[in-house]
Design a protein around this ligand. Structure first.
Ligand code: SF4
Ligand code: SF4
Length: 104
């Protein structure tokens, strides 16, 4: 499990650095985020959820998305979108309504 940070999208807000429980994400000389030891990431996805600039992708395991598939998270109002890009290029979006997500 690991993440990849898109340097073109990153604006250097540092939120991902603040939430990573392993302090794995650092700022480079341009103030942009990077992960030095991706293998140390345990896949909590805190950084993915925190980034408001669509700059962090999480690699999905073979059991849920296939090797090479990636996921990021965007939001608008009460809606959260889990955006999956499969290794073949196929895209899938899972929509979650915050106002209904904890209803039973
Ligand atoms: S939260 Fe996103 S935009 Fe902010 S520093 Fe991290 S990767 Fe860059
Ligand atoms: S997924 Fe979790 S452990 Fe991995 S880099 Fe992001 S915040 Fe850190």
């Amino acid at each position: 499990m690991s993440i990849v940070i898109n340097q073109k999208k990153c604006v250097g807000c540092r939120k991902c650095m603040q939430v990573c429980p392993g302090t794995l994400i650092k700022a480079n000389e341009n103030g942009k985020a990077y992960i030095k030891y991706p293998k140390d990431c345990w896949g909590c996805v805190s950084c993915v959820k925190e980034c408001q600039f669509d700059a962090i992708d999480f690699y999905l395991g073979a059991d849920i998305g296939g090797m090479g598939s990636k996921m990021n998270v965007t939001s608008k109002g009460d809606m959260i979108y889990w955006n999956i890009t499969k290794s073949c290029g196929e895209k899938q979006t899972i929509e979650i309504d915050r106002t209904k997500s904890n209803q039973y």
